[in-house]
Design a protein around this ligand. Structure first.
Ligand SMILES: Nc1ncnc2c1ncn2[C@@H]1O[C@H](COP(=O)(O)OP(=O)(O)OP(=O)(O)O)[C@@H](O)[C@H]1O
Length: 243
């Protein structure tokens, strides 16, 4: 079966005015449809850079990115933007909500950009927000929401187009453990609906919910482990551990 996402010989260097930073040094990876994969590794090992390359938010210096059998790293900016809108949802650590739009306007934005009618977009956004238990926050400005609520708005926005692939960079990184538990439950629910999930995390409990953990070190994959057997029956945040 064609992997939903594939990286081949991916390299990314940053030129910082003379000194070259080798952020990603030749990564091959393949993500199966419906998989939940966590990327871990020490600070600065290239996790966010890799995620941005895979999401088509940045371009590799060398190597290839394939989404569902289509090479995407060579698409034009407009082609990349179209592809992202249709196929990929991205959740960032710092939420990246539009501050001048209300919560529901943030969620419906990708639908409007896809050409959905305003009424349909509003209905779909409203349903998603109710599912994520932020239904009463439609009209709130992002600045007036808690971190967990903002992250749920960001997840609703990422899920609005029912993307095949959900990419998340430290989606629980700025949340307390209660909010983190809720966000992880939402991500797992997305996976259970058949969406493919790739997330960068420092949190071992988040990683323990994944099917596979990819460890990065110095811009390379240092280890990959399947967790099918070790997967806990209970949700890792369940059981009263608030720490
Ligand atoms: N825009 C940039 N310009 C120059 N160097 C960069 C840029 N972005 C990242 N880097 C460098 O590339 C390397 C990888 O950074 P990256 O943010 O991908 O790491 P990370 O594993 O996500 O780190 P963290 O866990 O701390 O977020 C680091 O050495 C970083 O300083």
């Amino acid at each position: 079966m064609t992997p939903v996402l594939e990286a081949r010989g991916l390299v990314k260097t940053y030129d910082t005015g003379g000194a070259e930073v080798l952020a990603v040094r030749g990564i091959d990876l393949s993500i199966r449809r419906g998989e939940f994969v966590a990327i871990m590794g020490p600070s600065g090992c290239g996790k966010s850079t890799l995620l941005n390359l895979l999401a088509g938010l940045d371009r590799p210096t060398a190597g290839e990115v394939w989404l569902d059998g289509e090479r995407i790293d060579q698409l034009s900016e407009a082609g990349l933007a179209r592809m992202r809108r249709r196929r990929i949802g991205v959740v960032f650590q710092f939420f990246n909500l539009m501050p001048t739009l209300s919560a529901i306007e943030n969620v419906e934005l990708p639908l409007l950009l896809m050409g959905r009618r305003r009424r349909d977009a509003r209905d779909a956004a409203s349903l998603l927000m109710s599912d994520l238990r932020i239904g009463e926050k439609h009209d709130a400005a992002p600045a007036h929401l808690s971190g967990g609520e903002q992250q749920r708005v960001a997840i609703a926005r990422a899920l609005a187009n029912t993307p095949d692939l959900l990419l998340a960079d430290e989606p629980t990184g700025n949340l307390d453990s209660v909010a983190a538990r809720e966000v992880l439950a939402l991500l797992r629910a997305a996976r259970d609906r058949g969406q493919t999930l790739l997330l960068v995390t420092h949190d071992a409990r988040v990683a323990s919910a994944a099917d596979r953990v990819i460890m990065l070190r110095d811009g390379r994959v240092s280890d990959q482990s399947e967790l099918q057997v070790a997967r806990p029956v209970a949700f890792p945040f369940d059981g009263g551990d608030q720490g």
